[in-house]
Design a protein. Structure first.
Length: 266
């Protein structure tokens, strides 16, 4: 065998090894995506994620949207956008015309920046690019991915759909869809903040009375036998504590849902 033929053979063997490795990575990526989107996060899934570059208690966030062209094209665009921003680890997958990704934040890869960078991969005229919350580990990756997918479904409930939509902005709708992560956040973080000072604290009663009286300061004050300024003060304190303002119609809906779930013990 000539030296030229030997070099050619070596090159082809290296190509075969590279192709086999790429095929293996694609299969592992598909397995990881299906497991995470189904809520499977055991040690075997964590091992697969580790091979794909998601090690230990890694931080991550998810992105989901409907494709502008093909699922394969959108997945390629997402991976390229992440690499162009200085990132590396990225798991993509598709369910029909919905494409989603779990991404490791590094370099310029943040939720907002990445959401803008990958927008061309999605059709944002009828549905938004949905950003899952920043989470950690395999369980967090699954929660962020499923949150982004639920947000995409829930977006149809809005009358004015933005180009980019965060999962935390759709907590009530996600809870209605059966998203346990959204329900836990509404109950533990929002309702929990209203009751954490104990039964003698009037915050929960004030917010609840205000919400269920149609947002009337006067009606709330009369019902509670306090001055309207006292109601204003308590509502402001509740907004500072929970992060949601009862005087804003959209945020009032979040609070009403949280209070209802909390009182039902869900």
């Amino acid at each position: 065998m000539t030296a030229q033929n030997a070099n050619s053979t070596d090159f082809l063997e290296l190509m075969d090894v590279g192709d086999a490795r790429d095929a293996t990575d694609e299969r592992l990526e598909a397995i990881a995506f299906e497991c995470l989107s189904s809520g499977l996060t055991d040690a075997r899934v964590a091992s697969v994620l580790n091979i794909l570059g998601f090690s230990g208690d890694f931080p991550c966030f998810a992105i989901a949207g409907r494709t502008a062209t093909t699922a394969a094209g959108a997945r390629h665009q997402i991976s390229k956008a992440v690499r162009d921003l200085g990132g590396g680890a990225c798991i993509t997958g598709a369910h029909g015309d919905i494409v989603a990704a779990v991404i490791l934040p590094e370099a310029a890869v943040t939720r907002e920046v990445t959401g803008t960078a990958v927008a061309p991969a999605f059709s944002t005229e009828a549905s938004p690019v949905c950003l899952g919350s920043l989470r950690h580990g395999a369980d967090g990756a699954s929660r962020s991915l499923r949150g982004a997918l639920h947000t995409l479904t829930a977006a149809s409930a809005l009358t004015d759909i933005p180009h980019t939509l965060r999962a935390e902005d759709m907590l009530p709708e996600r809870a209605l869809l059966g998203d346990d992560d959204a329900r836990r956040e509404l109950v533990d973080a929002v309702y929990g903040s209203l009751v954490e000072s104990g039964p003698d604290d009037p915050t929960l009663e004030t917010v609840s009375t205000f919400l269920f009286s149609g947002g009337s300061l006067e009606a709330t004050a009369k019902s509670l036998n306090v001055h309207p300024n006292t109601v204003r003060y308590r509502l402001k304190r509740a907004a500072d504590t929970t992060g949601w303002d009862a005087t804003d119609p959209r945020e009032a809906y979040v609070l009403r849902t949280a209070i209802s779930l909390g009182r039902m013990g869900l």
